[in-house]
Design a protein around this ligand. Structure first.
Ligand code: PAF
Length: 297
């Protein structure tokens, strides 16, 4: 057994170890909620853990910086690894089991030969267009983690809106017996969405980065007030990011359910944005629900 026991939390590095302890808990009739992460935990992750606690008797968190979801020129090596600190925070939040496998445990046959899970079409757009292969890496590792932990519920942040939609589709298409729960975006006091990658921002960029949220909110307000020229609104929102000193990757107004470009009579709308700072790519989104009359305007 590979468990390292802190006062209230057990840490496992092997699949066999975490499976054994969870088998026993399920045998006792306890429900399991699972929060997959890549570590470097901030308040946003801790909110996911609290939500997990509301949903089940046993809370499992995983920390695995998944190489399969990083592109060749991306930040896999640089990604902050803060295991001791993360474990302490999780224990304070009342996490029961921390699963922290290494690469050999998750990809024993190597990454090149790993069976892949691909959700087509909706992964080629938005973040998928800028990060080819990213979502294939996410769905592959998340399906493995769900098979290892076999939770009743799994919690993901709404900040990664497209990731959440892709995971919901994967779970539905592959009949994986788990409820996927989306957790609200945790924001800093100025409105910037919390992200591990915010630590890559210079002090000056950090002070200006809230423009992403502000511009998306501006766009949302325009739609609420009746503007339906989505193409012009996307362009105007992108210009706000550029004026703020960032490079716009995309701003896109979408149907919140299927991520298709929003139609004028859609009621559930998501406005998604991504922009580049000097050392980081930041994403955010806002959603709005229009009443039938508003949608027809
Ligand atoms: O959102 C993340 O942190 C990662 O994409 C996830 C879901 C843990 C998979 O590696």
């Amino acid at each position: 057994m590979d468990a390292m026991v802190t006062d209230n939390m057990k840490i496992f590095h092997t699949i066999a170890g975490v499976r054994e302890v969870l088998r026993e808990r399920r045998r006792q009739g306890q429900s399991v909620a699972f929060v997959p992460t890549m570590g470097n935990l901030h308040e946003g992750h801790l909110q996911l853990v609290r939500l997990a606690r509301e949903h089940a008797e046993v809370v499992v968190v995983s920390i695995f910086v998944n190489p399969l979801q990083f592109g060749l020129n991306e930040d896999w090596e640089q990604y902050p690894r803060t295991f001791e600190d993360d474990a302490r925070k999780l224990e304070e939040e009342g996490c029961d089991f921390l699963f922290s496998p290494d690469e050999g445990e998750i990809y024993p046959n190597g990454m090149a030969d790993q069976t892949r899970v691909v959700v087509p079409t909706m992964t080629d757009i938005l973040c998928g267009a800028s990060r080819p292969g990213h979502f294939e890496g996410v769905t592959t590792v998340v399906s493995k983690l769900l098979h290892i932990v076999q939770p009743d519920k799994a919690i993901f942040g709404v900040k990664d809106f497209q990731q959440l939609a892709v995971i919901r589709r994967m779970v539905e298409d592959l009949c994986i017996p788990v409820d996927i729960i989306g957790a609200d975006i945790a924001r800093a006091s100025d409105g910037l969405a919390l992200s591990s990658r915010n630590s890559y921002l210079s002090e000056d960029e950090r002070a200006r980065a809230v423009i992403l949220y502000q511009a998306l909110c501006w766009c949302r307000d325009e739609i609420t007030q009746g503007d339906r020229d989505f193409t012009a609104l996307e362009a105007a929102t992108g210009e706000k990011l550029e004026k703020g000193g960032f490079t716009t990757d995309y701003v896109s107004i979408r149907n919140a359910r299927n991520l298709e470009p929003a139609a004028h009579d859609d009621r559930e709308i998501a406005i998604l944005g991504a922009m580049y700072a000097s050392g980081a790519r930041l994403i955010d989104n806002v959603t709005l629900s229009l009443t039938p009359t508003e949608a027809e305007d």
